[in-house]
Unconditional design. Structure first.
Length: 281
C-alpha cells in the first residue's frame, strides 16, 4: 500500500498536470471504486475547477472550486479523496485515450487530457465530499496528526504513556497518519528500538530521537520518489528509488548492515516485521 512518501510524490506529480483545469466529465467504470455518494461525484464534479492537489495521511486530495472562484454551495463537491490502497494508480493521459483493463474511473479535463484511476485489485476508491460530508466521514475524523508536521514534544506526548507496541502505534492511522510497514521498520531500526517494545517502555530521550529519525526517513523517501516494491509508480509512471536504501524492510534472514547478525522476522500488529535483535532493544 502506498504510504506517505508515495502519496506525496504522486500529489506533487499530478499537481502541475491537473491544477487549474476543470473537470468536464466523470466516467465510473467500476461502481465499487466509488465510496460515499456516487451522484455527487458524477453530477457535482463536472464543471468544477481543480484548485489544489495535496495529501492527508495516505489520502490524495483534490480541492475543487467553481470556475469563477466562488465557493461551492449546497451539494456541490469541494473535494475528491482518493485512497490507493494496494494497487491504485493515478495517471494523466492524452485526449481520447481509451480505458485499460484495470481502469476504474476517468476524469476528463478541460485541457483535453484524461485522469485515469487504475486499480488492479479494486481495493482503492474515490470519494466526492461536499462541505457537510467531512464531519460525517469517520475515517477522516479519526486520522491522527501528520508525522512531518507534529513537533517533538507532541510526538513524545502522543506515545510515551501508551501500552501498545511501538510499531503498532506507528501503524495506527488514528495515532499518527501516513506511516505503514516500510517506514515503521526502517525508522525503528535507525532509532535502535525493537518494534515489539511497548511505547511506555521506551525512554523519552529515545522517543525524541525516533521523532527526528522518522521525519528524516520520510523526507529522504519523498526526495527519492518513494519505494517501489510491486505496483507503485508515481504520476509519471516512474518507479521510486528509496527501496535501494532499505536496511531491514524485506530483508529477514540477511545480515544486519551494522553488526552482521542475521535479521529476525516476527509479526507485530499483524504485519511482517524485520529487525535486528542486537542493534534494536
Amino acid at each position: 500500500m502506498p504510504e506517505l512518501p508515495e502519496v506525496e510524490t504522486i500529489a506533487r506529480g499530478l499537481a502541475p498536470q491537473t491544477e487549474g483545469r476543470s473537470i468536464t466529465a466523470v466516467h465510473v467504470l467500476n461502481a465499487t471504486s466509488v465510496e460515499g455518494r456516487r451522484p455527487l461525484l458524477e453530477t457535482g464534479a463536472p464543471g468544477m475547477l481543480i484548485r489544489r492537489v495535496h495529501r492527508r495521511g495516505k489520502l490524495l486530495l483534490m480541492d475543487l472550486t467553481a470556475p469563477d472562484a466562488t465557493p461551492p454551495a449546497g451539494d456541490l463537491p469541494v473535494n475528491l479523496a482518493f485512497h490507493l490502497k494496494m494497487s491504485g494508480r493515478l495517471f494523466v493521459y492524452g485526449k481520447e485515450t481509451p480505458p485499460e483493463a484495470h481502469t476504474r474511473l476517468i476524469l476528463d479535463l478541460s485541457d483535453g487530457n484524461r485522469l485515469f484511476f487504475d486499480d488492479m485489485r479494486k481495493f482503492g476508491y474515490c470519494r466526492a465530499l461536499a462541505e457537510q460530508d467531512f464531519g460525517e466521514w469517520a475515517f477522516w475524523n479519526t486520522l491522527g496528526p501528520e508525522p512531518l508536521e507534529i513537533g517533538e514534544e507532541d510526538f513524545v506526548a502522543l506515545l510515551r504513556h501508551r501500552r501498545t507496541r511501538i510499531k503498532a502505534a506507528l501503524l495506527d492511522q488514528t495515532v499518527i497518519a501516513g506511516i505503514g510497514n516500510i517506514y515503521a521498520d526502517e525508522s525503528l531500526f535507525r532509532a535502535g528500538i525493537r518494534p515489539d517494545t511497548a511505547c511506555n517502555a521506551v525512554s523519552e530521550a529515545r522517543l525524541r530521537s525516533l521523532h527526528g529519525i522518522l521525519q528524516a526517513v520520510l523526507q529522504q523517501a519523498i526526495r527519492e520518489c518513494g519505494s517501489s516494491i510491486r505496483d507503485y509508480r508515481d504520476a509519471h509512471g516512474d518507479a521510486g528509488a528509496f527501496q535501494n536504501n532499505f536496511l531491514v524492510y524485506g530483508k529477514g534472514g540477511e545480515k544486519c548492515t551494522v553488526c552482521g547478525r542475521k535479521l529476525a522476522t516476527a509479526k507485530v500488529a499483524g504485519r511482517t516485521t524485520v529487525f535486528c535483535t542486537k542493534c534494536q532493544r
